[in-house]
Design a protein around this ligand. Structure first.
Ligand SMILES: [Ca+2]
Length: 199
């Protein structure tokens, strides 16, 4: 590197440091590569994907032993990691949720879901009891115990719209108004019924 080029680089670095020191996070975020801020929430969707697969696997294991599915998070052993952006429900209207508003989670004997981690993320004020896609069974366990459908939703980009994923033990042809995944979804595959990042 020639001396003039080194000097130019040094000046550029000093200028950058000055901007960051004066401007704080807002200016720093504008220095991120294009598309980076969009990718952050996208990576959050992988949380729902992984935890719904874990929910499905746990339900399958429970079914193998008891010949029916359950909405009880303790019985099925569903316990996603803390710092979760999504709320997880094993039925459309859970009797209660594991409470994650404090540093220690609070469990109840009636828990049929796990709250979003409001200790670390802002509380959501909106909830769902079904998604927009037709073709999906009601969330929960069917009366005969033979099928299960669970869901995850959360405001992963802070715009007030919820991202919604579901998973089911039955294959589903999805469609209808507001459905962002119009296609056949096999059993055990998480599907993004409302893609928050497209709205
Ligand atoms: Ca949102």
């Amino acid at each position: 590197m020639s001396p003039p080029r080194r000097i130019r680089s040094l000046l550029a670095l000093l200028a950058l440091a000055g901007v960051c020191a004066c401007g704080g996070g807002g200016v720093t975020s504008t220095l991120l590569p294009p598309g980076w801020q969009q990718r952050l929430p996208r990576t959050r969707q992988s949380e729902a994907l992984a935890n719904l697969k874990a929910m499905y696997t746990a339900e399958k294991a429970y079914f193998a032993e008891h010949d029916r599915y359950t909405t009880d998070v303790a019985l099925v052993g569903f316990s996603p990691e803390r710092n979760n952006w999504y709320r997880y429900v094993l039925t459309a209207r859970p009797r209660s949720l594991e409470d994650r508003s404090g540093s220690e989670a609070v469990h109840h004997s009636t828990d049929e879901g796990v709250s979003e981690d409001t200790f670390l993320h802002p509380e959501l004020s909106v909830s769902f009891d079904r998604g927009p896609c037709s073709g999906s069974p009601p969330w929960g366990v069917s009366d005969d115990g033979a099928t299960f459908t669970g869901a995850a939703y959360g405001d992963i980009d802070g715009d007030g719209t919820l991202d919604l994923w579901t998973i089911s033990t039955v294959g589903r042809w999805l469609g209808g108004s507001g459905c962002d995944s119009v296609r056949f979804v096999p059993s055990g595959e998480p599907v993004n019924e409302i893609d928050d990042l497209d709205h």
